[in-house]
Design a binder for this molecule. Structure first.
Ligand SMILES: Cc1cc2nc3c(=O)[nH]c(=O)nc-3n(C[C@H](O)[C@H](O)[C@H](O)COP(=O)(O)O)c2cc1C
Length: 257
């Protein structure tokens, strides 16, 4: 049993290799009774600002997992900042514990910082499939390991925290603006994992109350009509979806029923 969250397909791609029973966290969050039982239970999600996304923490905090083996895999694009050790600290702070926590480097989908066209060029050297095979072998063998945070990653994390303290977060709400290229197709409403977008008069309208800044809407828009307005994007025309994952799968993963 693997619980996953994905904005652009990377985490779903990994989850699909680890198990056949895949459960969407954004959809599961709508249930009140969240007690799960399986021999192995995993969580696969992206890294947000060097940490587990807050709503993934909420999901873990408010669910019970009855299992012999609990693991977390975090997909990221550039620096994981030693997230595995901090994720274990988080789990311990809520009376839980993982047997295995690891990360996997993939394409970085943060359009706030990166040009997706340049990111796509870096993808082959990240050797994603090779790394997935290693994770799978570890999990199949029920390996016990919390990824060690190298000094370089710890330093990166400290630098990031200091910068955030001094200058605040990189983004602010409202995050997105919609250009005249929008045809009101509603894809953005369907890929939003938090149900933040509705279509009114053939245009998306955002309610940021529960927005987690995942950028699924901007990446999935077939017209590329959703742009960041809180910062100047490095390349507002470049968008990404994991090449092995379809738009229908992102919708299936995130659509709020
Ligand atoms: C809001 C946001 C914050 C992110 N923060 C980080 C980060 O701190 N470090 C990093 O290496 N990648 C970061 N990323 C990149 C994603 O973690 C990475 O591309 C991930 O594989 C996306 O997974 P998905 O396709 O399943 O959504 C961030 C992406 C977003 C949207």
């Amino acid at each position: 049993m693997v619980f996953y969250f994905t904005a652009t397909g990377n985490s779903l791609y990994v989850a699909k290799h680890l198990d056949t029973e895949l459960i969407s966290i954004p959809q599961e969050m709508n249930k009140t009774d969240r007690h799960y039982k399986a021999d192995k239970i995993g969580i696969v999600c992206p890294l947000f600002e060097l940490d587990l996304p807050d709503f993934i923490k909420d999901f873990i905090r408010s669910s019970t997992f009855e299992t012999e083996y609990f693991y977390i895999i975090v997909t990221y694009g550039m620096h994981h900042g030693g997230v595995a050790e901090r994720a274990q600290e988080f789990l311990e702070s809520i009376g839980k514990k993982a047997d295995y926590i690891n990360t996997i480097i993939m394409l970085d989908n943060a359009i706030i910082v990166f040009d997706m066209e340049q990111q796509k060029l870096l993808e082959p050297e990240k050797k994603v499939d090779e790394h997935i095979a290693m994770l799978k072998a570890d999990i199949d063998a029920c390996k016990h390991e919390i990824q060690f945070a190298a000094e370089e990653e710890k330093t990166f994390y400290q630098g990031f925290m200091k910068m955030t303290e001094e200058y605040g977060r990189m983004y602010s709400f409202p995050l997105y603006g919609v250009t005249d290229a929008c045809v009101g197709c509603g894809t953005c409403t369907r890929v939003c994992p938090r149900g933040c977008i509705r279509v009114e008069n053939s245009r998306p309208v955002y309610d940021y109350t529960h927005c987690v800044n995942c950028m699924a809407c901007a990446h999935a828009c077939p017209q590329n009509a959703i742009k960041l307005v809180c910062v100047k994007e490095p390349n507002p025309n470049a968008r990404y979806r994991n090449p092995n994952i379809s738009l229908a799968e992102i919708i299936q993963a995130n659509q709020q029923k």
